[in-house]
Write a protein that binds this ligand. Structure first.
Ligand SMILES: *Cc1c(COP(=O)(O)O)cnc(C)c1O
Length: 440
């Protein structure tokens, strides 16, 4: 395949039915205004046959790429064999296979003894379940979240989500949450867990004894802030000291994205609960789960209910994903190696196009990005990239971070090509301005 970083994409406009019938709330389609028809691995094609390299990967739902051939075949076989498509939360072959694969590939090798709660199929539902369970198990109300955190759009999860525009959509007060400063909020020299420790130690601090803290190890939507391992260990220590549960939201950073299966592994901590969704099915099918320490598994049967708890098709593909990619450490190692490539290339771009160091890097593993002075510029870079055939999006409180979220299975050649396009896009946006600044 030949690669180009030129502006070559000239798609036909999408059918008017989208604008005529689809709600204003639609969003990603506005940034990528084409009609997609096919997808394979790291590539998507539109109806005209234009090909796009996918550095968004369903917002991290496609860690193993589009239509992995082994998952697809297993799913086709399951459907063709009249496998149960929907069975409420009854026992099925597919669920049994998934539970065993998760136990063998993920829990046992890490010495983790969680029970698995299959919630409704969205990440938000896994978060809701964790929040309810933490409150039920402790008899307390307040949950501590962190600046720039993102945990979903249903009201309980939204209360823990910091983005102002999303919060403004709630229509009711978002209560029972106290926000603490994430790692790095006051710069690298400040350990913000010390403030949390102090607040929790002082009976007159104004912070009610919380049920739990809820944290992302790498903030996906909030701008790719990656918590340092030390900070996570300190956070765990503060939680233990004050008898507060630790919930890690691993919905986006999990399933290998960080360079290990769970993003908290690097820090060696052991959360009381972990939420997973996005890439847990491996195939982009809706599925979510909440991992819970046995002693906290206090819901009565059906107390957190749902019609779509456990998607059998997702169990089929999810089990294949676990067997295929997580039988040993080789896959995680390849993710870390690609993460190093991304880091080197982004550092080169920040160096080449930065003006007085105004471009910086964020994130870790294959969840990294480049920070621009404002969202307008970051958005312009993404638009330039799309015109060159790269699907890439922004993240962060001001949409100021161009975020690389490619499939973890991407070839090094495709990865290099996508980074070439990104570099060309930054040059298109910054190059002229840079020359102008130099001339002044
Ligand atoms: C995407 C996401 C959610 C919400 O998942 P949905 O499936 O969109 O409800 C929650 N937490 C994190 C960290 C996420 O990235």
């Amino acid at each position: 395949m030949t690669y180009t970083t030129e502006k070559t994409i000239a798609p036909t406009a999408p059918d008017a039915v989208f604008e005529r019938r689809e709600s204003e709330v639609r969003s990603y389609c506005r940034a990528f205004p084409v009609t997609f028809a096919k997808a394979e691995g790291s590539w998507m094609s539109d109806r005209d046959g234009n090909r796009y390299l996918d550095f968004l990967a369903g917002c991290g739902s496609l860690n193993y790429g589009h239509n992995d051939p082994d998952m697809r075949q297993a799913l086709i076989d399951y459907i063709a064999g009249d496998g149960v498509a929907h069975g409420l939360d009854m026992h099925t072959d597919a669920k049994e296979r998934f539970l065993k694969a998760f136990e063998e590939r993920i829990l046992k090798p890490r010495g983790l003894d969680y029970v698995m709660m299959f919630t409704g199929p969205t990440g938000a539902n896994a978060v809701e379940a964790a929040l309810k369970l933490a409150r039920l198990a402790t008899g307390r109300t307040t949950v501590v979240n962190f600046t720039n955190g993102f945990h979903g759009m249903t009201l309980g999860a939204l209360a823990t989500t910091c983005n102002g525009s999303k919060r403004a959509g709630a229509g009711v007060p978002l209560n029972d949450v106290a926000t603490a400063a994430f790692d790095g909020y006051f710069g690298d020299d400040v350990d913000t867990t010390a403030m949390l420790d102090r607040l929790l130690s002082d009976p007159s601090s104004g912070l009610d004894h919380p049920a739990a803290v809820l944290v992302e190890c790498i903030q996906g939507e909030g701008g790719l802030n990656a918590a340092r391992a030390d900070w996570l260990r300190n956070l765990e220590r503060v939680c233990r000291k004050h008898d507060v549960l630790l919930i890690v939201d691993d919905i986006q950073a999990g399933c290998g994205r960080s360079g290990q299966y769970f993003a908290f592994e690097e820090a060696g901590i052991e959360p009381d609960m972990v939420t997973q969704a996005k890439s847990i099915s491996g195939f982009g099918l809706p599925m979510a789960l909440t991992l819970v320490k046995r002693e906290l598994d206090v819901f009565k049967p059906a107390q957190h209910n749902g019609t779509f708890r456990g998607n059998n098709h997702a169990f089929v593909t999810g089990a294949v994903a676990l067997d295929k990619f997580w039988a040993d450490d080789a896959f995680a190692q390849s993710v870390r190696a690609k993460g190093d490539i991304v880091r080197r290339r982004l550092a080169g771009m920040a160096e080449r196009f930065g003006r007085d160091g105004d471009l910086s890097l964020r994130g870790r593993g294959l969840m990294q990005g480049i920070v621009f002075p404002d969202g307008e510029e970051a958005g312009a870079v993404c638009a330039e990239a799309f015109a060159r055939g790269l699907i890439i999006e922004t993240s962060g409180g001001h949409d100021e971070v161009v975020k690389i979220l490619c499939a973890l299975t991407i070839s090094e050649e495709d990865l290099a090509h996508g980074l070439d396009i990104l570099e060309a896009a930054i040059e298109a946006v910054r190059g002229g301005a840079g020359l102008k600044a130099a001339a002044e």
